[in-house]
Design a protein around this ligand. Structure first.
Ligand SMILES: Cc1cc2nc3c(=O)[nH]c(=O)nc-3n(C[C@H](O)[C@H](O)[C@H](O)COP(=O)(O)O)c2cc1C
Length: 190
């Protein structure tokens, strides 16, 4: 397979869309983050790479907690708006008609319309350059009952929104399964 090189790139395909929530001056605000993911299993931790100048960073630094809300494909317009408008100039909660609730931490705003909500405590903020890597310990998780199968989260019902920067930056819907993890590889064992 011939290859073209691109130098030091950010080409990781696809990326999950997170709506990172904080309270700033007593008001909830959400920003779109595509550069996020799992970081540790025990204790459970995740990361979000956030540019230092984002309004949301103010809340992460001052509040010590944040939420990660996973939007479904129905929330594509809301997810995009949270990524193109700053909470410094607008009330995104009202523009998106988000129904806000609070959980265990009582400080990280959660979006009821998002099928999955994770409450996080800030444990590290690493300055990596253009972005700060915010590491959060996951303290509580909420999943919409309509997205469960046999009591467990079902990605086919969650329908998470995905993002990819290709020729054009686009949002994608989740596809279909192609094999059982930790199992199908056994077919290649000699
Ligand atoms: C699809 C998409 C993905 C984004 N991913 C990130 C990201 O990973 N990190 C980041 O700092 N900004 C990211 N942004 C930009 C912020 O979401 C945007 O600047 C937002 O307005 C910041 O909100 P705030 O000023 O209320 O904090 C993304 C925007 C979009 C549309």
């Amino acid at each position: 397979m011939n290859k073209k090189t691109f130098g030091a790139s950010t080409f990781v395909f696809p990326q999950p869309i997170f709506l990172v929530g904080v309270n700033i001056e007593g008001k909830p605000n959400f920003m779109t983050v595509a550069w996020g993911g799992m970081a540790c299993g025990a204790p459970p931790m995740l990361t979000a790479a956030i540019r230092h100048q984002r309004y949301t960073m103010k809340g992460i630094k001052s509040g010590g907690s944040f939420s990660v809300n996973i939007p479904d494909e129905e929330l594509v317009k809301e997810a995009d708006l949270c990524g193109i408008v700053s909470g410094a100039n607008a009330d995104k909660v009202s523009a998106c008609n988000f129904d806000i609730f609070y959980g265990k931490l009582e400080s990280a705003p959660l979006i009821r319309q998002c099928p999955v909500n994770l409450e996080c405590k800030v444990v590290h903020i690493l300055d990596l350059g253009s972005h700060a890597l915010v590491v959060g310990s996951i303290e509580e998780t909420h999943v919409s009952e309509s997205c469960l199968t046999d009591g467990n989260p079902d990605i086919a019902k969650i329908k998470p929104l995905l993002y990819s920067r290709g020729v054009t930056p686009l949002y994608y819907a989740f596809g279909s399964s192609v094999g059982e993890a930790f199992h199908i590889g056994n077919e290649l064992r000699k």
